[in-house]
Write a protein that binds this ligand. Structure first.
Ligand code: KIV
Length: 278
């Protein structure tokens, strides 16, 4: 049965009914087609594409053009899955107008249904202005990779009382600002459970325990590509890196030993036409 069209009110309903929300990342047409065929609710065109597609060490260098470029093929592949595109570093920090302009580009040129933005209370007014202008916003708190230098590295967030209340307050402020969902990255499971319980809107966790209303994993991590990222919260559902390496090596061997292409993989002339030549 084809999947029902995923909508933002539909996600809210899922939280109310206690049904889990599932988000995967994708950055191109081929993988987005597979995500569309799956039962995943949301495709995130994450700025993690900076790491897994473009080979940067962090997400900081990712540009708005990069995000639009990768969101387009994902949007083309999708009919019923919600597509959310990340606001990259530098596309919203200069203020509300810049944020609205960037988000509009991701939606109009990229085809995203909404955007995700990193930050806490400091971006609440920006989120409010974006939502007022009709832009669906997913907030992203906890470990925010765009400001990893400020955080002092990829560290678990919400480890003590002060940090716990800080995250709860940030989530509530972003909900009040109109965010339709709050993503929690690398947050202790107890704090993620507190945030999830206090918010009316759904939470989606990555490295944030089982109590979140939904979960997301980065495609390259969950499918076993060697992304160089081996965190304890990542579960590998496939080993595509090894499978692809094996396929490449079998192709190389077949070409070298002359077994590819064989007749079954070659075009032949019609026998009568061939006689005219020889
Ligand atoms: O960019 C991304 O893929 C993300 C995930 C870590 C959720 O923000």
């Amino acid at each position: 049965m084809a999947k029902k069209k995923v909508t933002i009110p539909g996600l809210q309903l899922k939280k109310e009914k206690g049904e889990k929300i599932v988000m995967v990342t994708a950055y191109d047409y081929a993988f987005a087609k597979i995500a569309e065929a799956s039962d995943a609710d949301i495709i995130l065109v994450g700025d993690s594409l900076g790491n897994v597609m473009l080979g940067y060490d962090t997400t900081v260098p990712v540009t708005l053009e990069d995000m639009i470029h990768h969101t387009r093929p994902v949007a083309r592949a999708v009919k019923n899955t919600l597509v959310i595109a990340d606001m990259p570093f530098g596309s919203y920090q200069c203020g509300k107008e810049q944020a609205i302009e960037s988000a509009i580009r991701l939606m109009k040129e990229g085809g995203a249904h909404g955007v995700k933005i990193e930050g806490g209370e400091e971006i609440a007014l920006t989120v409010q202005a974006m939502v007022k202008m009709g832009i669906p916003v997913m907030a992203h708190i906890g470990l925010t990779p765009q400001t990893v230098s400020k955080l002092g590295g990829y560290k678990i967030q919400g480890r003590n009382e002060e940090a716990a209340y800080g995250l709860v307050e940030a989530a509530q402020t972003l909900e009040e600002a109109g965010a339709f969902c709050v993503l929690l990255e690398c947050v202790t499971k107890e704090v993620a459970a507190m945030v999830t319980e206090k918010l009316d809107v759904p939470t989606i966790g990555i490295g944030a325990g089982a109590e979140c209303d939904g979960q997301v994993l980065v495609l390259h991590d969950m499918l076993g590509f060697d992304s160089g990222f081996n965190q304890v919260f990542v579960k590998k559902y496939a080993n595509l890196g090894d499978t692809i390496l094996q396929a490449f090596n079998e192709f190389v061997a077949d070409v070298k030993n002359g077994s590819f292409p064989d007749d079954a993989h070659s075009f032949a002339m019609d026998a009568e036409e061939l006689k005219k030549i020889y």
